[in-house]
Design a protein around this ligand. Structure first.
Ligand SMILES: Nc1ncnc2c1ncn2[C@@H]1O[C@H](COP(=O)(O)OP(=O)(O)OP(=O)(O)O)[C@@H](O)[C@H]1O
Ligand SMILES: [Mg+2]
Length: 393
């Protein structure tokens, strides 16, 4: 903790800046805006997602056609298969698991029985949450191995179970293993290992004691203090900057949102969920062409409209999350009056007005924030959300 508002320095906030040398053209064919989203359930979760598309109790699949400015609230899979050539998607379309997993050889390989025992048979009291992929349970494992240990000893872990969801689920599971298994950074959640056994697919992460930013911002009665919000924004920005600029093979994250920002005991932010990640364009390519996937309210409009993915799409999503943190409102909130449902659209006209910025800042802070810091942070959010495609952040 202890990161003051003045941490909003230009260097630290330099997320997703283009290096100019990373460019890539069409890699996989965009299959239009048809997508399939899952209606999840069955996890005995007490957690209900905001969007009803993910909080049902049915496990059926549903299809939806998105319009140019909309995208479903789930990491979503296209109905038609596309002729992909990008690293992950092409490798993943032929699930020869053993070969694909060579890349993850440094990860621990768990048996299903081990993880059953680690989570006390996936006991509901061990349930940490539920997302589009499946349920997440707390457990304890041996410091250096895969064996279950007594709670409170060894390493605390979060075990994510994949709901049986066909090839798309397997693809996201594998992308997570391949990307996160290879990336090490203090602002990325650590993947300890995985389990692949028949149709079982599980992932084992470091346990993040304070859960997700979404929980803290929108589900708690006590508001997150300003300095902690800034600390989290900075940590998440560093995670993103690492993916875009420092990783050996730059990565576009594609799922930057408050529920994927997890917090350790000291509110250090770590990005989780690499199921939708893609290799960034290389050489003289400007973008990767993909199916449109992501989460409603966070995906960059130009990406939704064209399917052209660049690291700037992540920068847009960062702007949305930063705005959520500053304003204390969800990116999409159907409970708000017309004109206020979409946070970015509602806030945009006020973002350029330096004098009236205080109208935007979360009223639950009751004035306990740095004026300069808030002005700077709102300016930064405005730049990330800019409609001008030529604006080089
Ligand atoms: N490593 C972890 N440590 C502690 N809690 C975790 C961990 N990973 C996930 N969780 C909890 O489980 C919840 C569900 O996570 P998950 O990533 O499956 O879904 P989500 O991010 O909420 O939604 P989506 O599937 O749309 O991305 C999180 O919101 C968080 O509360
Ligand atoms: Mg998640």
């Amino acid at each position: 903790m202890g990161l003051g508002p003045d941490a909003l320095n230009a260097g630290a906030w330099n997320v997703g800046k283009s290096k100019g040398k990373k460019k890539k053209d069409d890699e996989d064919e965009m299959t239009g805006c048809w997508m399939k989203f899952r209606l999840m359930g069955g996890c005995m979760s007490s957690r209900t997602k905001v969007d009803s598309s993910t909080s049902g109790t049915s496990t059926q699949d549903a299809e939806s056609k998105c319009t140019n400015d909309s995208i479903k609230d789930q990491p979503a899979a296209p109905v038609a298969s596309s002729s992909t050539t990008s690293n992950t998607e092409s490798t993943l379309s032929t699930p020869k698991a053993a070969e694909e997993l060579k890349v993850a050889s440094q990860l621990r390989k768990f048996t299903f029985d081990e993880l059953k025992s680690v989570t006390k048979n996936f006991r509901p009291v061990n349930l940490l949450g539920e997302g589009g992929f499946g349920c997440v349970f707390k457990g304890w494992i041996d410091e250096n191995g895969t064996a279950p240990v007594k709670p409170g000893t060894g390493l605390a872990v979060a075990v994510k179970t994949l709901n049986h969801d066909g090839l798309q689920g397997h693809k996201e599971w594998l992308a997570e293993v391949i990307y996160l298994g290879d990336l090490l950074h203090p602002n990325l959640v650590k993947l300890y290992g995985y389990c692949i056994e028949d149709d079982q697919r599980l992932l084992v992460y470091e346990f993040m004691p304070r859960g997700s930013l979404e929980n803290h911002l929108f589900r708690r009665s006590l508001p997150l203090p300003w300095s902690i919000r800034m600390k989290i924004a900075l940590g998440a920005a560093k995670g993103l900057a690492f993916l875009h600029e420092e990783a050996e093979r730059p990565v576009i994250y594609r799922d930057f949102k408050t529920s994927n920002i997890l917090l350790d005991a000291d509110y250090n932010a770590k990005l989780s969920d690499f199921g939708l990640a893609k290799d960034a364009p290389e050489g003289d390519k400007t973008h990767v062409s993909t199916r449109v996937m992501g989460t409603y309210g966070y995906a960059a409009p130009e990406y939704v409209m064209t399917g052209h993915l660049t690291s700037k799409s992540d920068v847009y999503s960062f702007g949305v999350v930063l705005l959520e943190m500053l304003v204390g409102r969800r990116s999409m909130d159907k409970n708000r009056p017309n004109g206020e449902v979409n946070l970015v659209e509602w806030a945009r006209p006020h973002l350029g007005d330096r004098r009236r910025f205080y109208r935007l800042v979360d009223p639950r802070l009751e004035g306990r924030f740095s004026i300069k810091g808030a002005q700077k942070a709102l300016q930064l959010a405005a730049r990330c959300l800019s409609r001008d495609p030529k604006l080089d952040l």
